[in-house]
Design a protein around this ligand. Structure first.
Ligand SMILES: NC(=O)c1ccc[n+]([C@@H]2O[C@H](COP(=O)([O-])OP(=O)(O)OC[C@H]3O[C@@H](n4cnc5c(N)ncnc54)[C@H](OP(=O)(O)O)[C@@H]3O)[C@@H](O)[C@H]2O)c1
Length: 337
């Protein structure tokens, strides 16, 4: 334990106490090009040392590979970590643009057993529905998830990329601890309906891709900078004219970063963190990284407080972003509400 440990916050009315910043583990096995397993393991350990307790994975990340990779770390630190994983999405390894979404009972039953086995734990701390299958009533899906809680296989429930109405319907069946959705200086659509609903229902917000999938750090400027298997090559914001237009939007972030002696990524994370006070709900961003030094940098953002002038400079960015956050916006709550 060191003095550098980050503060903690409750994950919604019913959830566990967690560090105010979590760690996205997806990139360690999937989506963002080649990884070094040793470096990823060192990243997990450094994050834990600095007070990160919420670790985010999903069965879809590398078709189970990410859960398997994380298992030894989770087992070594079982009482210190909050394991969050997800079901509902299958990504075709031969065609990563192809996605199958299922929310039905037999499928959930199959997914939970497979995740418990891969993670090699008795229970998952936070189990999310990753994507919404509109062919299944959400009350039915959450009903099965609630059964998993009663059976001791899952401790808390979460939903990813749900609309405000879907969240309200779900909450009538079982308390929802957290909604995980994209939220960053580049992606603010959830502020219209989802965030107010979460606040009203005492549900925490877990922003994913708070660094705009890395773009907000300035570490890449266009799809061509990425390896050929990188998922971001499919995303409308990083291709063609959109990428150039969006890169120009980093200027105000640079200005604020210089004023604070901080990096662009730290300002992006500080902005997300500050939404907690602005919207009146717990916000626990889960930036993804595979590098210990970046964990240190990202956690440094929890000590930055942006002033009114900073917030004014950053405010107009999202409205100017070119391109949707997904090629198919039905995957996102904004595509359905
Ligand atoms: N629910 C959902 O549908 C959903 C969707 C996407 C993601 N997620 C979850 O959210 C997590 C975070 O989202 P994300 O990984 O998509 O995006 P992100 O956190 O916005 O950005 C991650 C990218 O930024 C880079 N990065 C991180 N810190 C950096 C720093 N200080 N300086 C420069 N570059 C830095 C990472 O590279 P390195 O790894 O090389 O450091 C990685 O390429 C994922 O790991 C996953 O667990 C959930």
């Amino acid at each position: 334990m060191t003095d550098d440990r980050i503060a903690t916050v409750r994950l919604g009315a019913t959830g566990p106490e967690v560090g105010v910043q979590g760690l996205g583990c997806m990139g360690m096995s999937f989506a963002y090009g080649p990884s070094d397993a040793g470096e990823s393991r060192a990243t997990l350990e450094r994050a834990l040392e600095l007070g990160v307790t919420l670790y985010d994975t999903a069965d879809a990340y590398g078709a189970g590979e990410n859960e398997r990779f994380l298992s030894p770390f989770f087992k070594a630190h079982r009482d210190e970590v909050v394991i969050a994983t997800k079901f509902a999405l299958t990504i075709d390894p031969d065609d990563p643009t192809k996605r199958i979404i299922r929310n039905d009972t037999p499928y959930i039953r199959q997914c939970i057993e497979a995740s418990l086995k891969r993670l090699d734990v008795d229970a998952i701390d936070l189990y999310y529905m990753h994507r919404r299958d509109v062919n299944v009533p959400i009350e039915e899906t959450v009903g099965v998830m609630a059964d998993l809680v009663r059976e001791g296989k899952v401790k808390h429930l979460g939903l990813s990329e749900v609309t405000a109405d879907e969240l309200r319907a779900a909450q009538t069946v079982h308390p929802i601890a957290a909604v995980q959705s994209e939220w960053s200086l580049f992606s603010r659509d959830i502020e219209a309906k989802v965030v107010p609903a979460a606040r009203e229902l005492d549900v925490a917000l877990v922003p994913y891709s708070p660094l705009g999938r890395g773009f907000l750090t300035g570490s890449f400027a266009k799809a061509e900078d990425l390896t050929s298997d990188d998922f971001r090559r499919q995303q409308p914001r990083f291709t063609g004219d959109n990428a150039a237009a969006n890169a120009a939007l980093l200027e105000p972030i640079r200005t604020v970063a210089e004023a604070h002696g901080a990096t662009l990524g730290q300002i992006a994370l500080a902005w997300v963190q500050q939404q907690a006070a602005l919207h009146g709900l717990p916000v626990i961003p889960i930036p993804g990284t595979r590098k210990p030094t970046r964990v240190e940098e990202n956690l440094g953002a929890t000590r930055i407080v942006l002033g009114e002038k900073d917030m004014e400079l950053l405010e107009p960015i999202a409205a100017k972003v070119a391109g949707d956050r997904y090629a198919d916006m039905r995957f996102a709550s904004a595509g359905r509400e």
